[in-house]
Write a protein that binds this ligand. Sequence first.
Ligand SMILES: [Zn+2]
Length: 464
Amino acid sequence: MVDLSRGRRAAMRVTQRSAALYAALRAHPRRVAASVGSALLLSSAGAYALVEAQPQLPPRVTVATTFDANAQAQTAAIASADLHYAQSTLVRRQDTVQQLLRRLGVTDPAAVKQLGADARIRALVSAGATPEPVRALVNAQGELLQLSATLPLPADADTAPVWRELQVRAAADGGLDVSTTERQMATRTRLASVSVRGALSTALSQSGVPAPVGTQLIKVFAPQMDLRRTLRKGDQVALVYEMQTLDGREVRPGRLLAAEIRTRGTTRQAVWFASSGNAKGAYYTPAGQGMEKTWASSPLPGAKITSPFGMRLHPVKGRREMHEGVDYAAHIGTPVPSVAEGRVKFAGMQSGYGNVVKIGHPGGFETVYAHLSSIAVKPGQTVSEGELIGKTGNSGTSTGPHLHFEFHSAGRLADPQRMASLVPQGKPLPPGEKAAFFAATAVMRTQLAQAAGGDDAIRLARAD
Ligand SMILES: [Zn+2]
């Protein structure tokens, strides 16, 4: 909750004092300007402290210094208004510029109109909820005197961490000046060793690991295990991750670089590596095997199998013969994704199959999706894992809506229910990248060993 009344009383005191200063300023404008600036600086900082009751916000000195630097504008502002309110709010999901300004107490239609049309303010709001507050200084008439906010990270922030700040100031002509400043952030590496006692998120936060790093950790191991469910009391997690800093102050969590999970006697490790031509990078086992699963376990996970692979009495022909795939129950029109990356070998009508798509996958595998109601791909087209190739139907020789799915390995039919054990688990490093991988990840692996080497106690070390 925001204690506005206390903030307003503080602002009132500032104003009463300012009135006296303003009278003095008329007589000796230059000499008094600096002291008004510093009086305002102190009072504004105080008002911020009162207004901001949200405990998660770090104290910020930078805002106060901008007031000092702009003492002239401040003295002018005092002259034209009776009261000043220091306000702060967070950008909310689906906010509009107008809603944000209203929460900050800005009602001046000219300001609302100008800022509502400003691309930078719009970008701030359309980025959705941000952890950094938007701060404003507003007078009793609802006119905006000053506003500052941290702009969301640009898309390439991984490679070049930048801190972007937006400043709005009342200009001499009565309008508003909008400007942005950009500063390069530095990166610091941190190590953490976490003993799981209860929930993983609790254990991570107790050892100072930022929540976004925990989210990355869960995502990296997700293809192998759900850490939130599988970790038990006594399990160990070691982490190497980046923190982005500004003037030596840690302002934002960065990338998870390496992680180790020790659970009930087994150890799993993941190391981040950017191969040439892939700056975004990916996570690998220390041996260079990709962590990300490249094959889905089924085209329709969770769908009921109405007929398994193998010999059966054919439902239409009435004689015993080989069922060359697996049938999944599915309503007509259920989206069918490719189980893995590949190239479409056939897409069209084919006798008993009806509408059918056949996809060739690297490693000598082929998958077949039959009885479709519609086809979304063309022969020769490449598809990625999870990409829509068509929709289920009842075309061809079929007794009802379902998906007939076949899996071929090295030109032979195989049981689709055994597919997961036959296909590669992750994308391996390109052969030419092995040396670079081991060189680049050697430091991370040492740090991981360092972090994991601790005893049961939670340790937190820093390696700049
Ligand atoms: Zn079938």
